[in-house]
Design a binder for this molecule. Structure first.
Ligand code: MRU
Length: 346
């Protein structure tokens, strides 16, 4: 399976997701600022994957700090952490990962600067391995929701490319296939970055899982014609009440699914749950460059001077969510108390 991100010889290597599926290129980050550029520019994207990238960014940054006294080292490390957290606002995995790295640095203080540095590298690498294992566990839980022959619609890319590997929503599909079920996937193309058409379709094809790319605006057509048995998406942040922020267009799909009585499942690790936000209203939504809408592959498609807006995520209210699949099991509505219990057990 594709390696989304690896730590190699004190550098971070990522597959360039802007170029897929036409070219399989890799970006090598030698310093934390190039990791930030890669996150902002969508070389790497997907909540768990940017969490891992952020952790590796902290480790890279730490390695380059020259200060030998702990106080100055920590001051510089804090400033690196702040810069990395600011790279993208919606996926909470980014802040979660940086916070975990910061804690590790605190706990290792007694080992001196050299000791902290090597412990941070170790932790970032561990987070990558953990993420893959979590996705596999989540997949094993979630696949029970799919029957042999299920036709699953997904939005954006919540696969191996959006994570350390295996995937969240696509991980559930993978696990169902591994359990011997025949599963077909409808991949919404997911304008404007085309995560569905380019990335989900690419990785499913590579894995030999049947996939059909559809335009975003035809999801309703396929549901109305009885072609979709379940929707599974990932998440960038889940609020304490179960509201789900995910790629723009997810809300539309959730509303359609409810109208057509199709289950709408969200697969996400506990690191995507942010108990500090009570509801989706408090989740910051990234607004990206309007050029991503007015231009296609560098060429203008909308009239010069026309206004455009480009919110990158939307919030699906918890009442539209049939179940949340996590590494600790599946929860169904009402979510609030169950989310609290899950986090307490994590
Ligand atoms: O802008 P992106 O591509 O980073 O958005 C990604 C998504 O919305 C994914 O669906 C989400 O992160 C879940 S990934 C397992």
């Amino acid at each position: 399976m594709v390696k989304t991100i690896v730590w190699k010889d004190d550098q971070v290597v990522m597959i360039d997701q802007r170029k897929l599926p036409m070219q399989e290129r890799y970006v090598v980050c030698k310093g934390y600022r190039s990791v930030i550029r890669a996150i902002k520019g969508l070389v790497i994207r997907g909540a768990p994957a940017i969490g891992v990238a952020a952790a590796m960014g902290v480790a890279l940054g730490a390695l380059k700090i020259r200060a030998n006294n702990r106080e100055q080292f920590e001051e510089e490390l804090d400033s690196i952490c702040r810069e990395i957290v600011a790279a993208r606002p919606t996926a909470v995995n980014l802040a979660w990962a940086v916070e975990r790295m910061r804690r590790v640095a605190d706990e290792t203080g007694h080992r001196g600067v050299k000791g902290i540095k090597s412990r941070l590298v170790e932790e970032a690498r561990k987070m990558l391995d953990e993420d893959i294992a979590i996705n596999q566990t989540m997949g094993r839980h979630g696949q029970k929701l799919l029957k042999d022959g299920s036709r699953v619609l997904t939005h954006c890319n919540a696969g191996a490319l959006a994570t350390g590997g295996y995937g969240t929503a696509i991980g559930v599909v993978r696990a169902a296939v591994e359990a011997g079920k025949r599963i077909e996937v409808f991949a919404d193309e997911t304008r404007p970055f085309l995560q569905g058409a380019r990335l989900t379709a690419w990785e499913l094809k590579e894995s030999g899982i049947p996939v059909t790319v559809i335009t975003d605006n035809s999801a309703g057509y396929f549901m109305q014609h009885g072609k979709v048995d379940a929707v599974i998406v990932g998440a960038d942040r889940i609020a304490a009440n179960g509201d789900v922020a995910n790629k723009i267009g997810t809300y539309m799909v959730a509303v359609l699914a409810k109208t057509h009585k199709i289950p709408f499942y969200v697969a996400a690790p506990l690191s995507t749950i942010d108990a500090s936000v009570k509801s989706g209203k408090e989740i910051p939504i990234e607004q990206r460059d309007e050029k991503e809408v007015t231009h296609f592959q560098g060429r203008r498609i909308a009239p010069q001077g026309v206004a455009a807006q480009n919110p990158a995520f939307d919030v699906t209210p918890h009442r539209n969510v049939s179940a949340i699949i996590t590494e600790k099991g599946i929860i169904t509505p009402p979510f609030k108390a169950k989310i609290r219990q899950l986090l307490a057990s994590g």
